[in-house]
Design a protein around this ligand. Structure first.
Ligand SMILES: Cc1ncc(C[n+]2csc(CCOP(=O)(O)OP(=O)(O)O)c2C)c(N)n1
Ligand code: SF4
Ligand SMILES: [Mg+2]
Length: 317
């Protein structure tokens, strides 16, 4: 029954979301599921992403949210900023909770989308065991990690997703180790669909969420979500920050469908001729006074990722 629905949805998607229509803002529904006046900081890109995620998912969806900025911006009962049900769950347990919800809804014959919306700390560090278990069990759900590269809600402590050289409250001299490669960890579970996205490319994000939800099984989307207080840049630069992450090749947009990699449009050009890394980090206080040695390492890491994904897409590995 669910497989039939999946096939029907995929066919419909091919018509609805072809290459032409995703360049056109009018494909995004006008309905809002995340209301205005949340308690997010000015310039918060993770709440902007959630707005597009919910537009793509529609009203027959339930969110599972572990402790993070999102669990604050949803509001305090009986007030709420969201018009879909939200299940707040302990930090370590989001994916385990989603497994139970997904099975319970399926047992009732419901086709409700089960979506985890979790921060990087709740994913790459504290929730990774539950994430791995749910992907291994083949839970039918979508796990979204919005990555602001620190424990934002508690005042910007470093997480495993904090990049090399970035200053946080627990790495005042700059983080001495590299960002954990979450995508390669998830990839090792062979999910039917996984993708990266960025708040500065909302149509790309919308399209990827739609596609993910049309596929049966565990799906994963990793969104880079610039954060003004954490990255220390002016609030009005939030879209520019995301664009520079992609243009410098620091963040590469791609999809992996049944293992097959395809680089997304905005990253194709960027990978051929990346913008200088300086253009990305110079506007961010968290990288202030980064040493030339660390900067060199950062540049090497960016190039290694570009090379690895380019080779894979070209079928060279
Ligand atoms: C077990 C546990 N440890 C610590 C906390 C405190 N805590 C709440 S939110 C948060 C930060 C979450 O960081 P992240 O997952 O990256 O999401 P963000 O806040 O950046 O949106 C922390 C440490 C908690 N709620 N539960
Ligand atoms: S700390 Fe960052 S992610 Fe959290 S609400 Fe503020 S801008 Fe958004
Ligand atoms: Mg975070």
């Amino acid at each position: 029954m669910l497989r039939l629905r999946t096939a029907k949805l995929s066919l419909q998607l091919m018509t609805d979301i072809d290459e032409r229509s995703v360049t056109n803002l009018s494909v995004i529904p006008k309905e809002e599921y995340l209301y205005k006046c949340t308690s997010a900081c000015a310039g918060c890109s993770s709440s902007l992403c959630l707005r597009y995620v919910l537009k793509a998912a529609g009203p027959d969806s339930v969110l599972v949210v572990p402790a993070c900025c999102t669990s604050v911006l949803q509001g305090i009962y009986p007030g709420t900023a969201m018009s879909v049900p939200v299940y707040n769950i302990a930090f370590a347990a989001a994916a385990a909770c989603a497994s139970g919800l997904s099975n319970a809804l399926a047992a009732q014959g419901k086709e409700t989308n089960v979506i985890v919306y979790a921060g990087d700390g709740g994913t790459v560090d504290i929730g990774i065991q539950a994430l791995s278990g749910a992907f291994e069990r083949g839970t039918n759900f979508l796990y979204i990690c919005y990555d602001n590269e620190a424990y934002g809600n508690t005042g910007m402590q470093r997480s495993g997703a904090t990049p090399l050289g970035a200053r946080t409250t627990t790495t005042p001299g700059g983080k001495p180790t590299a960002k954990k490669d979450l995508d390669r960890i998830v990839e090792a579970h062979n999910p039917p669909y996984m993708a990266t996205a960025c708040s500065a490319y909302p149509l790309d994000l919308y399209k990827k969420v739609k596609k993910a939800l049309s596929i049966e099984g565990p799906k994963f989307i990793h969104i880079l979500a610039p954060c003004p207080p954490g990255w220390r840049y002016p609030t009005e630069k939030t879209v520019e920050m995301g664009k520079m992450a992609v243009k410098t090749g620091t963040w590469i947009l791609y999809e992996r469908e049944f293992g097959k990699l395809s680089i997304s449009g905005p990253s194709k050009a960027a990978m051929r001729k990346p913008a200088p890394l300086e253009d990305y980090i110079k506007g961010q206080g968290r990288f202030k006074n980064v040493s030339p040695e660390i900067f060199d390492l950062m540049r090497q890491q960016v190039q290694q990722n570009i090379d690895r994904l380019s080779r894979e897409e070209a079928g060279a590995c």
